[in-house]
Design a protein around this ligand. Structure first.
Ligand code: HEM
Length: 508
């Protein structure tokens, strides 16, 4: 154990080092023509200004200082972009220059595609993801897996309603924790696609291990979503007074161990698991073991699980909340599904091409509540000249997509939920980028659009939905990794009479 004197000496030395780095950095950047910036504090920079949710705080700062603002998080320089022309420039003219990622030490999964810097490793894993795992052909082949999970979800909702129907009386609507249901469904879909194993439900193979893995993934989302100040102040990181770094280390160890175990199980089970993403990569690894090493497979599997779960689940949750606050839009969406799909079978992914209004509902949801309101922070690989300002190498780029997608100069009545604005290509050319832009753009967009479309479609096809009370659902945003609702969505539902035959068949 260290005595108090030693701790004090270490703290003083670390403080001195932090201040020296900061002064060095400031004197270097003082000569540069940087974008406008609010007054900063020593050591902290602008960290003290950053209230949650971050994208909203940044709107206040942009309104005061303009469409390009310079901030410092500890010693780390950052720019905030809040105009579509500048955002466009960052991801076209300067796309390569901004193609690195910010390394946040608390995230602790430094080798997953979404967090690594631009370079040969990133290019190789990105190519695997785009060409071998998420291509249209692969998505077509895996649509049955998603359909099975959706059928399971619809069946469970129906069963659980039936169980309580008699005690509920006529016109009974059952209360549902929508957020929990949709998060578990998305986890199961992603786990089945990646690993061929479920995360939730009664068909889990190893309950104890799955529970541990599930808790770890949940913990990772929670800790990453809370924007840790330890990422910007080395001293706080070393002291780790909140235990964030320690907790994250345990969590990521569990995630990595489990991912490796799933790979080992796949290897042992051989060809039985080929239809999963891990199975596909192991198969390809037989011809190129270096490109498809366990390290690559493990990190890619973890990235797809993390990238594909909360984002899609949150989108469906917001869409349902918006629909319940606007029942006429829900009715219009349902009328389209009834007309195009009918009531004799469950909606499928192949129906989505014939459901343009459902697509408009999803686009409008992604416009108002983009799950990545600031994208995933990029970082400059070199000095960049943007709108006459000198942006130093190593600057974090925060593009406030949330703000731009609500810009009244682009969008009429920007806060209003109006899917019609996307009908017949009316909004083509209006800038929005819920999946990002340029080379670091989301590789999971096509999967997400299929999944969100068919889940939302099935929910409105099979059930009637109501708000819990007469008041509108509170659309306040919470803080977290992907713009969660501040109050997790709860709803009332009942099976539609017209769908009874289909629902009974699912139970059979
Ligand atoms: C509605 C659903 C989704 C939304 C809104 C979304 C949004 C985003 C955004 C904004 C980025 C960052 C782009 C940038 O930095 O410029 C991103 C990156 C990424 N997303 Fe998604 N995403 C969704 C679903 C998915 C799915 C289903 C997967 C995979 C199965 C996925 C995998 C990834 C990966 C791997 C990256 C990192 C890309 C890179 O750094 O090269 N996402 N996503």
């Amino acid at each position: 154990m260290m005595d108090n004197l030693s701790v004090n000496i270490i703290v003083s030395i670390l403080l001195l080092i932090s201040i020296t780095i900061l002064l060095h950095y400031r004197s270097k950047n003082n000569k540069k023509k940087l974008p406008p910036s609010p007054p900063a504090l020593p050591v902290l920079g602008h960290l003290h200004l950053l209230k949650k949710p971050l994208h909203r705080t940044l709107i206040d700062i942009s309104c005061q200082y303009g469409p390009i603002t310079f901030l410092r998080f500890g010693a780390r320089p950052a720019i905030v972009i809040s105009s579509h022309t500048l955002a466009e420039q960052c991801f076209t003219t300067y796309d390569l220059s901004f193609s690195n990622r910010v390394q946040l030490p608390s995230v602790m999964l430094p080798n997953i595609m979404g967090f690594v810097d631009y370079g040969s490793y990133w290019r190789s894993v990105r190519q695997i993801a785009v060409v071998e795992l998420l291509s249209n052909q692969q998505l077509q082949a895996s649509s049955d897996t998603r359909a099975e999970e959706i059928k399971d979800m619809v069946h469970q909702l129906f069963q659980s309603y039936k169980l309580h129907e008699n005690s509920g009386g006529q016109n009974y609507f059952r209360r549902l924790d929508f957020k929990k249901m949709i998060f578990e469904l998305n986890m199961n879909i992603m786990m089945m696609l990646i690993a061929g194993e479920k995360f939730y439900g009664d068909k889990i193979k190893d309950v104890e291990e799955t529970q541990k893995f599930r808790e770890a993934v949940k913990g990772w989302f929670e800790l990453t979503g809370s924007a840790n100040v330890e990422d910007f102040i080395p001293l706080l990181r070393i002291l780790d007074l909140q235990g964030v770094m320690k907790k994250m280390k345990c969590i990521t160890e569990v995630i990595e161990e489990m991912a490796q175990k799933i790979i080992d199980d796949h290897r042992q089970e051989g060809s039985g698991k080929k239809k999963t993403m891990i199975g596909t990569m192991l198969e390809l690894g037989k011809k190129d073991s270096e490109k498809y090493s366990d390290f690559v497979i493990r990190n890619l599997a973890i990235n797809l699980l993390i990238g594909g779960t909360e984002t899609s689940a949150t989108t469906i949750e917001w869409a349902m909340a918006l629909l319940l606050n606007n029942p006429h839009i829900l009715q219009k969406g349902r009328a389209e599904v009834d007309a195009q799909v009918g009531n004799q079978r469950l909606i499928q992914e192949s129906d989505l091409n014939h459901l343009p209004y459902l697509h408009c509902i999803i686009s409008e949801t992604l416009r108002i509540f983009p799950p990545g309101p600031l994208l995933v922070p990029h970082e400059s690989r070199e000095e960049i000249f943007l709108r006459g300002y000198e942006i130093p190498k190593g600057t974090m780029l925060l593009v406030n997509v949330y703000q731009i997608q609500r810009d009244p100069e682009i969008w009429e009545e920007p806060k209003k939920f109006k899917p019609e604005r996307f009908e017949d290509g009316k909004s083509n050319g209006n800038w929005m980028a819920p999946f990002g832009m340029g080379r670091r753009r989301c590789p999971g967009e096509a999967l997400a659009m299929r999944e969100v479309g068919v889940v939302l479609g099935a929910l409105i096809q099979c059930f009637d939905w109501q708000r819990i009370g007469s008041e509108l659902i509170d659309l306040t945003e919470g803080s977290g990794l992907s713009i969660p609702m501040a109050t997790p969505l709860e709803v009332m539902y009942r099976p539609r009479k017209i769908m009874t035959d289909v629902l009974l068949q699912l139970s059979g």
